[in-house]
Design a protein around this ligand. Structure first.
Ligand code: SAM
Length: 254
């Protein structure tokens, strides 16, 4: 039973009805309540306002139509980033979450923020959900598609394996932006090495390391990535972390 995550939900839903009325449909208000809880009651694994702001700026610049996150937790990033998508009915945010209870909490907070129409939660292992998404989009006769913006924020040892799944399913194509969290803390050195590596280094990795997410998805080495680690200091706690911001520049022949 995820106790503190249930607590944050109860903390918000048990507010007086007139206060809830003021919050309903207002993503920033819901985020503020989650931030207050995380700072003053019990710490949660949310992206938070500081790293979040950098990503919001990138979303506003890129104006993605399809944005996907790996690791939704209680819905903080889905609310922050889902509400930053362009005001276009075809823009949609997909939040992939392994844990059913977290997904239930997230659904209720996203609903309170008034974002259920533009944020969908998909429960399951990210690698399986990505395969289902491809099948679903193809069935809907939408033809080939890839993601405009990907936010990777689940368990750190799955960053590279699930990136390889994304590559193999050609969900990353020239122009796709990929942002990964927790690069310094708890740290994702394997991911930085992979995404900043040359195509040849990635080819060697993919040929020699079995993909633990799904062995049939080896990865696609012939992608040119432009990638940068951006440090971010939390001015309140003084702690420093970083996000990795990557753009898929082009596919090389090979
Ligand atoms: N992005 C969230 C935010 O900023 O509000 C925080 C995500 S939290 C750091 C990581 C989440 O990833 C957890 O809720 C965990 O259950 C989920 N997770 C871990 N492994 C996963 C997987 N293979 N597929 C999908 N979700 C996963």
């Amino acid at each position: 039973m995820p106790e503190k995550e249930q607590k944050v939900l109860q903390h918000i839903l048990s507010l007086p009805e007139d206060r809830l009325k003021q919050i309903r449909g207002k993503p920033q208000e819901v985020l503020k309540l989650i931030d207050d809880f995380s700072e003053n009651v019990e710490s949660l694994m949310n992206i938070g306002p500081y790293k979040g702001k950098l990503i919001v700026d990138k979303i506003k610049e890129k104006k993605p139509k399809i944005m996907v996150e790996l690791g939704g937790y209680v819905g903080y990033s889905a609310i922050l980033f889902g509400s930053s998508l362009p005001d276009d009915p075809s823009s949609h945010y997909y939040s992939l979450e392994l844990n059913e209870e977290f997904a239930n909490i997230s659904r209720q907070l996203i609903d309170l923020a008034g974002l259920s129409h533009r944020v969908s939660i998909i429960v399951g292992k990210a690698s399986s959900s990505l395969v289902e998404m491809v099948d679903h989009f193809e069935e809907g006769n939408k033809g080939y598609f890839s993601f405009d913006f990907i936010f990777i924020d689940h368990w750190k040892d799955m960053y590279v394996p699930d990136l390889r799944v994304l590559e193999s399913l050609t969900l990353i194509s020239p122009g796709t932006i990929i942002v990964a969290d927790n690069i310094y803390y708890p740290g994702a050195p394997d991911y930085v090495k992979y995404i900043q590596g040359s195509p040849e280094e990635r080819r060697d990795h993919n040929y020699t390391v079995t993909n633990v997410a799904a062995p049939e998805f080896q990865g696609r080495w012939n992608i040119l990535y432009k990638s940068e680690t951006i440090p971010v200091k939390n001015p309140k706690s003084g702690t420093e972390d970083a996000i990795e911001v990557t753009e898929c520049v082009e596919y090389l022949n090979g």
